[in-house]
Write a protein that binds this ligand. Sequence first.
Ligand SMILES: [Zn+2]
Length: 216
Amino acid sequence: MLLAEQRRLLCEYGRRAAETGLVVGTAGNLSVRAGDLVAVTPSGVPLDRLEPEACPVVDVAGHLVEGALRPSSETPMHLAVYASGDAGAVVHTHSVFGAVVAATMTELPPIHYTVLLLGGPVRVAEYATYGTPELAANVRAALEGGRRAALLASHGGVTLGDDLAGAFEATRLLEWLCEVYVRARAVGEPRVLTGEQLAAVAHRAFNPPTFPTRED
Ligand SMILES: [Zn+2]
């Protein structure tokens, strides 16, 4: 079986996505890249009921290489993400708070500094019908400039990572940030971090403070 380990990981993280409430039913899809091949979740199968053999393998041009089931309808979006960078895995969900922000905003305002872990303020990709090359192109545009996450207008969210663990954690962080934003709006007008404040956070992350030793 081609990409056996990658297909096993799709099942593991598919189950986790369902268990943590990030996906409902057959919504959401995941993929992992290995060279010019991509293992992707199949169309129409709930993510908590996947089997490795049921996960199709396609090449980066979108040709089916192995598998009896149809690749996820969002495979063009996954392939567009791989084509535009060095991602090793992609996760797409219709998580609740991500969908709320995606239905109402053009960008998730940076009200918490951890948004920098996603490459900066998360853009909302322009609406297009699910599964179309237009949606794939809109997502690709929203990820420009090294973003690791995007929201899809009136649809959901997508994240990428070096591997599936990284892409999955990015999806969890994206959902957390969206939830914090939505809940903050219920309390008052959230403070939006300035570009200067975000730059200071990035500077500190790359230049962590050193601690003097007792002998100093
Ligand atoms: Zn979707």
